[in-house]
Design a protein around this ligand. Sequence first.
Ligand SMILES: [Zn+2]
Ligand SMILES: [Zn+2]
Length: 272
Amino acid sequence: MLCPSNRLTFPYIYLNLKHLYHKDKAILSAAAWLKRFSFNLLEFFLPRLCLFCGGIVAEEAAAAVCPDCEAKIAWAESPLCPRCGLVFASREGEDHLCGPCQTEAPPFRRALAAAVYDGPAAEAVTKFKYSRRQDYLPVMHTWLQQPHCLELAAAADLIVPVPLHKKRLKFRGFNQALLLAQAFKDRKPVPRETLVRVRHTVPQTGLSPQERRDNVRRAFAVPRPEEVKDKNVLLVDDVYTTGATVKECARALLKAGARQVDVLTVARVRYD
Ligand SMILES: [Zn+2]
Ligand SMILES: [Zn+2]
């Protein structure tokens, strides 16, 4: 269950009665009731706090981010590469193809991100994935509501999260890309297991670009190609680093008959 708001981060941790779920159904209902009651009570009395600095956030703010922390977010804005979404370090000039895309066009039509992987955006992605801080999810959903992100969602017939291998899913307990993709579930279908990871790979972190490519080669498959045939697919993940993972996913989707693949991530590593 997701924590309903960042106000309750610490009470949420202490009141997490999940371990009772497996023992006794009677305890489960009592525990669930107590948890809900505590949330409601605390939500009423506690101010809404910024997830990043702990400062108080206005009740009407769209996300649990104070103005100071929001100002630290580098949005993935032009000038950027219109193909892979690389955000150029220089903030002057027009959009233009980056060197790698000029050398070898990626298999997807275009990739975009909500923010540059830095500051609060990097913190949100990291804490969500590795510290299981699911109270960061609503904030990232808000970031994914920017016009350029909605434009990609509008162009898609279905939204496909980058899958985890079942072993990693069992270890982590959730697929961060699936939860992020659900930002669009009211607009487009987000089916499960349209794309699957058929090979267990080591984490991409710390690998060179070539090692990343080798690591994910032929790691993905589309079990039911009819689901993607002639469809425009939007692939969603948390971070775009070298793009090795989403490129391999795009190849699998195109091989299965998808008409085109776009990519959307919460954050984009700035490489240049
Ligand atoms: Zn703040
Ligand atoms: Zn590029």
